[in-house]
Ligand binder design. Structure first.
Ligand code: PEP
Ligand code: MN
Length: 338
């Protein structure tokens, strides 16, 4: 496959970041960078990895900085890595890394983000071109915006990266940030968003449909052998194909497209909650059977219904609507208990 062709097409995105989740070996880094060079990406690779389990690969550490310098010199690509401590900021800025990013776990801790912002302000040289802030692991638009403001105070350009929470998109949070910080480029990280390589292509098109400003995608020469996030990484060839086939969208109805993402997300949560309710209902059914208690308990249902009607009244949802929904849920529960 000719990777060159992708670079000749008009891209829907101003910023494309790609590279492996983690720098593993010098050869893996240089192979990935050489394959991505024709796509004119900013090359990413984590060298200090914030992993959930201490048994997992924690990143190659300081020597990865030299490999990233080779990528700059030999491929002419700009490079980026994640920083989570003041010491890492010092080392990365000294090594002349072009961009630094704040990962989702760090982004959840404003004290640490402030310490990193202070360290960046102290150590940044003209070679540092910008800072990227991923959304925090918890769905909190205000915290994400606060992190961005802390980083903006360094005077460097700051971009926001929507990487979802617990392998799910948080479109409502991203849309809030998009409205609050209109001048901050908003990128999508489709790799961490679902943790599934099969969904990367669709999500890249979604980013284009929503007129997002760019992508950060995990690309590995041999994803199956990756030491971290192997299920979500794609090959350079697949990424090139995705860029070639991602269609540019007109900007019409962008607001509506964002709101539809929000409503689909609200529906997903609603149906998850309904499923949760059914699972509890089944447990109650098993208990009733064991204790020889009747499935239908009219007084209990009237209690639930009247509480929900009160709630509906306070929230502007009409009584017939509350009644219809509660009756449907009750019927489904009875069916599961009998
Ligand atoms: C990463 O980009 O490699 C990473 C660890 O991302 P996140 O902080 O979004 O989990
Ligand atoms: Mn990763």
């Amino acid at each position: 496959m000719c990777l060159e062709s992708a670079s000749k097409r008009m891209s829907p995105f101003s910023h494309i970041i790609a590279g492996p989740c983690a720098a593993e070996t010098e050869q893996q880094v240089l192979t990935a960078a050489a394959a991505l060079k024709p796509l004119h990406v900013i090359f990413r690779a984590g060298i200090w990895k914030p992993r959930t389990a201490p048994e997992s690969f924690q990143g190659i550490g300081d020597k990865g900085l030299e490999w990233l310098q080779r990528v700059q010199q030999e491929c002419g690509l700009e490079v980026a890595t994640e920083v989570a401590t003041v010491e890492q900021v010092e080392k990365a800025t000294k090594a002349g890394i072009d961009y630094l990013w704040i990962g989702a776990r760090t982004a959840a801790n404003p004290i640490q983000v402030q310490a990193l912002a202070d360290a960046i302000a102290r150590h940044a040289t003209h070679r540092l071109k910008g800072i990227w802030v991923k959304n925090p692991v918890n769905e909190d638009a205000a915290l994400w915006a606060g992190d961005i403001r802390r980083m903006q105070a360094t005077g460097l350009p700051v971009w926001a990266i929507h990487r979802g929470c617990e392998h799910r998109p948080c479109w409502a949070m991203a849309n809030l940030l998009r409205h609050e910080m209109k001048d901050v480029p908003l990128l999508l990280d489709p790799s961490h968003l679902t943790g599934d390589a099969q969904q990367v292509a669709t999500l890249c098109q979604t980013a284009a449909d929503l007129c997002m400003n760019g992508l950060m995608v995990e690309v590995h020469p041999t994803p199956k052998t990756a030491l971290s996030d192997s299920r979500q990484q794609i090959t350079p060839e697949t990424f090139s194909h995705i860029l070639q086939t991602t269609a540019i969208q007109d900007k019409q109805d962008t607001e509506l497209k964002w709101l539809r993402k929000e409503i689909d997300e609200a529906d997903d949560k609603l149906w998850d909650a309904i499923m949760q309710r059914m699972l509890v209902s089944e447990k109650i059914g098993a208990y009733k059977k064991l204790q020889d208690i009747a499935v239908i308990q009219p007084t209990r249902f009237q209690e639930i219904l009247s509480r929900r009607k009160q709630w509906g009244k306070a929230h502007g949802i009409s009584e017939p609507t509350v009644e219809a929904i509660m009756n449907a849920l009750h019927q489904e529960s009875i069916q599961r208990q009998t």
